[in-house]
Design a protein. Structure first.
Length: 245
């Protein structure tokens, strides 16, 4: 069953990692997919790999001009925007004393400001359509503490989601946040990281990390008409970590 047949879906940060998996799974559900990323070479390669129902647009998600271009290019190509997945984000693990203001503002701009800009410009199209779904990828660290900068911005995404849901509900636009825990990506296979994850997963109630496809399945639900009465909500997919804190 094609649960997203003919829906036009924008996914940011989708040239690799979880974003790429989301694009693959969403495409298989019958959608037309726009993937954006700062890495143009990799993005173009992925778009060719995924086929003619995929459009790649180079984007710095912290740039207002780039967001305007993404919306205009998507509308020119497909004529509508049904779903936005604000997936792009960065992280680092530093002590607060080691974080410069430039470091801090970089993560704020990419993780937080980008979500504001995406919602601002995409929602104008969705208002005209009187329909749409915005899915903001936060983190379990948008619910519990973690690294400075990353945690701050993921809490902000949670609050922005609720504010936007309240404002956009009269236009039949749903806005929800997704809060993944530890997800298996190539980054987890790096020396040192793999050993740390193996140790940490023993503290996860389900005793394992998630596969990226499990997060994709949740996103597909929120993008579909099945989630017609869900808005302003936090969807947690962390194997029970935050549920036991």
């Amino acid at each position: 069953m094609e649960r997203l047949k003919d829906k036009v879906i924008i996914i940011t940060g989708a040239a690799q990692g979880m974003g790429k998996v989301h694009a693959e799974k969403i495409l298989a559900e019958g959608a037309k997919v726009v993937i954006t990323d700062i890495n143009e070479e990799l993005g173009q390669t992925v778009a060719k790999e995924l086929g003619d129902q995929v459009l790649f647009i180079k984007q710095d998600v912290s740039s207002e001009a780039d967001w305007k271009n993404v919306v205009e290019t998507t509308m020119s190509k497909f004529g509508r925007i049904d779903v936005l997945v604000n997936n792009a984000g960065i992280t680092y693990n530093k002590k607060m004393s080691d974080v410069s203001l430039d470091d801090y503002m970089k993560i704020v701009n990419i993780n937080q400001v980008s979500v504001f800009l995406g919602m601002k410009y995409v929602s104008e199209i969705m208002k005209e359509q009187k329909n749409g779904s915005i899915i903001n990828i936060s983190s379990m660290n948008g619910l519990v503490g973690g690294a400075i900068g990353y945690t701050d911005t993921k809490f902000a995404v949670r609050g922005m989601t609720k504010a936007a849901a309240h404002e956009l509900s009269p236009f039949n636009i749903k806005v929800n946040s997704v809060h993944p825990g530890v997800i298996h990506t190539p980054m987890l296979e790096q020396p040192g990281v793999k050993e740390a994850v193996e140790k940490f997963k023993e503290t996860i109630p389900m005793r394992r990390v998630a596969q990226a496809e499990e997060v994709s399945n949740l996103i597909i639900f929120l993008a579909s008409d099945e989630a017609s009465y869900s808005t302003g909500s936090e969807f947690v997919i962390d194997g029970g970590i935050t549920g036991t804190v």
